[in-house]
Write a protein that binds this ligand. Structure first.
Ligand code: UDX
Ligand code: ADP
Length: 457
């Protein structure tokens, strides 16, 4: 009764929302999302989804049980589907050749072998995970080296959704990129993926290309975005020493339509599962092709990010009279950005660890990421408290440091917080979300990012 059977292997931040939107927009297809993680699959079937993403529950509820299914029976989903999306994790390798840079493809390869093992008919396999250029060729080699006489087409369809806005990004994408081999079979497979998106994405936003361009475009898009952040963050350091404000500079620079205003917010550093991993991938590829200058160029985007994180902590210690031993410090926010509970590569992890090394007592608060914070800091020595209510978290602390730009923190009663803190009270705004004049007038010593500090001493 369904026109097409689609499976997605990997029910994470990418696979889950993407498939939910496809199922909602295309009731004529059966969409089955599978994962080895039983708890995750169970959670997708409840009101309490395994990831927090605004608007996602509504989308899932519309399609769930109608044409959207969650299961741990990976083999059955493979057998039943003619189209298989793969969105398993591809972390940076932590061992062996390419350790610390290259992508760890073990999960992807396992899936490819499983697809091969279970398949009884030809299939289109789609890379959704971000992978280094030429991975699809490897996958094609593995899949097509079979004695079953089954042909597999491998398509690259990189995902550009950002966490926190995933549903909107999927419903109204800037573009959908579909790369394939340019053989008659490859072009036919490409068209069947175009047909899926054409159910709701305007034709001029569906871009097709060869498979290598599609894979590389994903890495390059993320590298360019991260580069903008590193660029403005480098300027924030200069602004703190001069009379300039990075927000004013960013505003003025961004008004140039050739530059544009987005992704120019100075921050404590970028996090998330993609930027660092993708740039490392790009660097590794450039090194592998003997392009050391190109590799170094992109590597500096990451070095600047590390500099920004370490600079922030250094500044905290110096400003609090060169010692934070036994001082209580509250980190407001732990997620790598607002509107998500994800903490992967969050700069807050680095900051918390450094503060603990300096023997401060650390209090963590976040509306959605406390559980992940506990996992990230498990095993760290020192005094850590996890308190969801920000007012409680700030009680008796010497300093508050804003790590995540949650709207909640903008609208707090900062008078009330000031009253309950140790004096002199410090605020370090790693996201530039607070009204610094107002806080200064309350009595805080305010350390904005990319702006000279406002101090009472
Ligand atoms: C990113 C890409 O945007 C997305 O297209 C890709 O598919 C996956 O990687 P994501 O990691 O979810 O998405 O978040 P993004 O909104 O890009 O933010 C990444 C990091 O940069 C966050 O830590 C964010 O706080 C930071 N950031 C963003 C800044 O510090 N300043 C800015 O101006 C914008
Ligand atoms: P992303 O942000 O790229 O979506 P996640 O880590 O959130 O990454 O999701 C990847 C998912 O892939 C996880 O839920 C993980 O359990 C799943 N996964 C990894 N390996 C396999 C596999 N061999 N078969 C099925 N699912 C897998």
């Amino acid at each position: 009764m369904f026109e097409k059977h689609i499976a997605c292997i990997g029910a994470g931040y990418v696979g889950g929302p993407t498939m939910a939107v496809i199922a909602m927009k295309c009731p004529q297809y059966k969409v089955t999302v599978v994962d080895v993680n039983e708890a995750r699959i169970k959670a997708w079937q409840t009101e309490n989804l395994p990831i927090y993403e605004p608007g996602l529950l509504e989308v899932v509820k519309e399609a769930r049980g109608r044409n959207l299914f969650f299961s741990t029976d990976i083999d059955a989903a493979i057998r039943e589907s003619e189209i298989i999306f793969v969105s398993v994790n591809t972390p940076t390798k932590t061992f062996g050749e390419g350790s610390g840079k290259a992508a760890d493809l073990q999960y992807w390869e396992k899936v490819a072998r499983e697809i091969l093992h279970e398949s009884e008919s030809p299939k289109i396999v789609i890379e959704k995970s971000t992978l280094p250029v030429k991975t699809s060729q490897t996958m094609e080699n593995i899949l097509n080296a079979n004695d079953k006489n089954i042909h597999f087409d491998v398509i690259s369809n990189p995902e550009f959704l950002a966490e926190g806005t995933a549903v909107k990004d999927l419903l109204e994408p800037d573009r959908v990129l579909i790369g394939s081999r340019e053989t008659p079979g490859g072009l036919k497979a490409r068209q069947s993926i175009v047909d899926i998106y054409a159910n709701w994405v305007p034709a001029d936003r569906i871009v097709t290309s060869n498979v290598w361009s599609a894979e590389l475009s994903k890495l390059v898009a993320n590298a360019f975005l991260a580069q903008r952040i590193s660029s403005i963050n480098s300027i924030s350091a200069l602004c703190e020493r001069t009379e300039a404000s990075v927000q004013e500079v960013s505003h003025a620079v961004g008004m140039d339509t050739r530059i544009g205003s987005r992704f120019l917010n100075a921050s404590i550093g970028f996090g998330g599962s993609c930027f660092k991993k993708d740039i490392l991938n790009l660097v590794y590829i450039c090194e592998a092709y003997h392009l050391p200058e190109v590799a170094q160029y992109w590597e500096w985007v990451l070095k600047m990010n590390e500099y920004q994180e370490s600079r922030f902590v250094r500044n905290m210690v110096r400003s609090m009279f060169n010692t934070i031993v036994d001082k209580r410090i509250a980190l407001f926010g732990f997620a790598f950005k607002s509107n998500t509970g994800d903490t992967r590569e969050s700069p807050a992890i680095y900051v918390a660890k450094k503060l603990l090394e300096e023997k401060a007592d650390v209090v963590i608060t976040d509306p959605k990421a406390i559980e992940n914070a506990r996992i990230d800091l498990a095993g760290c020595e020192g005094n850590i408290n996890y308190i969801e209510d920000p007012y409680e978290a700030a009680r008796g602390v010497h300093a508050v440091a804003i790590m995540t730009e949650w709207d909640l923190y903008r609208n707090l009663s900062w008078d009330k917080i000031y009253a309950s803190m140790e004096k002199p009270a410090f605020v370090f705004d790693g996201r530039n979300i607070l009204d610094i004049e107002k806080l200064f007038n309350i009595g805080f010593n305010v350390f904005p990012l990319g702006h000279p500090p406002l101090k009472h001493f």
